[in-house]
Write a protein that binds this ligand. Sequence first.
Ligand code: MN
Length: 233
Amino acid sequence: MSADYVIPAPPQPVIAVAGTSKTYPVRRIWCVGRNYIEHIREMGQDERLPPFYFAKAADMIVPDGGTVPYPSLTKDMHHEVELVVAIGKGGRNIPADKANDHIYGYAVGIDLTRRDLQIASRDLKRPWEVGKAFDHSAPCGAIKPAAESGHPKKGKITLKCNGQVRQDGDLEQLIWNVPEIIADLSKMVELAPGDIIMTGTPAGVAACIAGDKLECSVEGIGTVSVTIGQPLK
Ligand code: MN
């Protein structure tokens, strides 16, 4: 039954599912900070800390082939290619050895970051939203069901900007692996179907500008490509 909403209900954000005409409805987007050692070093941060999380809103997703308008307020938008985990079955306090049962599939995403604003917030001990959670900040390619891909423990994760390789890592370099992240995050919040987790980026993050084409891939999982467009007026 249609609820008595006083405004139109917002559309349900979705991600394509590879090889089908079906889609995966997105509920929440969680992101893991600092999960590859070389990226921690390039950001000058402590290498031994446990994982931590930040969030983006579901409607910040950009589909494969989409355009990301260069965001407002920044002069230093960075790309961060990441393995994305799509939760298929929810839970709290999920044990790591059961975590794979909660995964619907995997995709390739980009945690776009207004680096200048993120660093300014970090230095002021303020929240990261201004740097991380902005419109069009979460490009995500089609989800490959785990029933087809299995649960990858290694495989190349790469990002090219205008054909030049900028990020070139391997999933085996994840400090906290996917089951460990699900176990840890499900202590903080209840996970539910529709939740996706961006699992952190390898080294090589760098700025992109209007006109750049970003092409990302994770071996055995898929790809995502977006173009950076002109700022919105
Ligand atoms: Mn990231």
